[in-house]
Design a protein around this ligand. Structure first.
Ligand code: SF4
Length: 465
């Protein structure tokens, strides 16, 4: 079976002598999207050179690695994965040589839902795979198509039409870079400019960091080619589906200083979600506080709307990765103990509204509520700035079965009792959709509603809802 690859970060620069250094900075900015591995591929003397390793960007790259990669064209990737999938051979960018010695490097964000079927087909035709990722399937298909097609673009179009599910891709040849977005636009992918250079990034915050201008999104169902002649967009699908942008990116995954789908600033969406949460689930209380960091903006919104003062209660240790990202449940529980401390005097004898962005497994939330009780909070009202997450995600976020989702296993009353809360409230689906500007049907809401935009060709190892 092809292992699942999760939400990742992509960054690329074409046409700047500092392309590698900028890619390094871009990956640093996108580190929250993946901490399992990091890699950069660049063009040196007309050949693709690459360096990648397990761990975060700072631990993988030392000074000499960047010097060895020095180039005006580079792509980079940070990866987020699950148990069993955390292997060096799955680190990206993947670099291959195919027909007539052509070389290509590829980074992928998202999950192909028909990856096993495609891999089986390719293996039956003699393909040999070096990794367990779905991303390698794309390269094999492309190499095969390129032997039959008259040019790269025709081969790429034929390849992309075989893929189902979520794929934002960044590809590098010695003379061009191509950025691809799947027809539904599940994962973000942006185009930026800095002087004469072309840039691509999963999130716009990465452009800010390297002082590049955010230009526009790579449109769903389109690939953008940049080469010495400039930029060209190619629409590769015959019929456009309704977009299905991942709404969970706004709630949890993306940085608050990034813009997503249609240009909404993540911070604004999260504050609006907090305000809406206050309207839907008001309670008399002395203090609003966030589970940092991803609950911060929603807590501000809740406080502004309710008039209840916002306070700092939890202090986060920034030297521990996001516990949700750790590969095993054991790590998640151990990590949660170390990550946050409570300022006892801030909550003692107070009625506290605690805001978090989402509730997935409930393990971390339980520990935090327990810490608040120990600190002497007189009432604890837990508010979540998205609906209950009841269904698995097939498109690149790491919850794959209902069994691991607390809201799928317990009723809201049972969750309230399990967490030892005075009250519990989740934002409604309509309330959340009111916080973003694109029409409601332009977003994927599958993990909350069970309504999935792409179910055709779903591989057998996915748990169906
Ligand atoms: S199922 Fe949820 S996490 Fe997955 S793409 Fe859809 S909204 Fe995003």
């Amino acid at each position: 079976m092809v292992k699942m690859k999760e939400a990742c970060g992509l960054f690329g620069v074409f046409g700047d002598p500092s392309a590698v250094e900028m890619t390094y900075c871009g990956l640093f900015t996108l580190q929250h999207r993946g901490q399992e591995s990091a890699g950069i591929a660049s063009i040196v003397d007309d050949e693709i050179h690459t360096y990648k390793g397990m761990g975060n960007v700072a631990s993988v790259f030392k000074g000499r690695h960047l010097e060895d990669l020095t180039s005006d064209k580079a792509i980079g990737h940070v990866r987020y994965s699950t148990t069993g999938d955390s292997l060096f051979e799955n680190a990206q960018p993947i670099v291959v040589r195919y027909q007539s010695g052509r070389q290509v490097a590829l980074g992928h964000n998202g999950n192909l839902v028909n990856r096993n079927a495609l891999r089986k087909e390719l293996e039956e035709q003699g393909s040999i795979f070096a990794s367990t990722t779905d991303s390698e399937v794309v390269l094999h298909l492309l190499a095969r198509m390129h032997t039959q097609a008259e040019d790269l673009e025709t081969a790429l179009i034929a390849t992309l039409r075989r893929l189902k599910g979520a794929f934002s891709l960044l590809m590098l040849w010695k003379d061009k870079m191509i950025a691809v977005r799947d027809p539904w636009g599940f994962r973000p992918l942006w185009y930026g400019k800095k002087d004469g250079a072309h840039l691509f990034a999963s999130e716009t915050a990465a452009f800010d960091i390297v002082r590049a201008d955010t230009h526009d999104e790579v449109k769903p169902g389109t690939f953008v080619i940049v080469d010495e002649n400039g930029r060209r967009d190619v629409e590769y699908i015959e019929e456009k589906p309704t977009p299905a942008h991942c709404l969970f990116e706004h709630i949890y995954f993306a940085r608050p200083d990034s813009r997503l789908f249609g240009g909404d600033l993540v911070q604004d969406v999260r504050i609006a979600a907090g305000r809406q949460l206050a309207r839907e689930h008001h309670v008399e209380a002395d203090l609003v506080c966030a589970i940092p960091d991803s609950g911060n903006q929603a807590a501000l919104g809740y406080s502004l709307e309710s008039g209840i003062p916002l306070g700092f209660v939890f202090v986060r240790n920034h030297y521990i990765g996001r516990t949700f990202i750790k590969p095993s449940a054991k790590d998640r529980i151990a990590g949660a103990d170390l990550k946050l401390n409570v300022i006892t005097s801030a909550v003692k004898g107070k009625r506290v509204v605690v805001i978090d962005d989402s509730m997935i497994r409930g393990t971390t939330g339980k520990k935090r509520i327990q810490r608040l009780r120990e600190a002497g909070a007189s009432e604890i009202h837990f508010r979540i700035s998205c609906p209950p997450t009841r269904f698995p995600c097939y498109y690149g976020i790491n919850f794959k079965s209902k069994g691991e989702l607390i809201a799928s296993q317990k009723s809201l009353d049972e969750i309230r009792d399990f967490l030892n809360l005075d009250s519990l409230g989740f934002l409604s689906m309509d309330g959340l959709l009111d916080c973003v500007t694109l029409p409601a049907d332009n977003y994927c809401t599958g993990c909350w509603t069970g309504n999935y935009p792409v179910l055709d060709d779903l591989d057998d190892d996915f748990e169906r809802s």
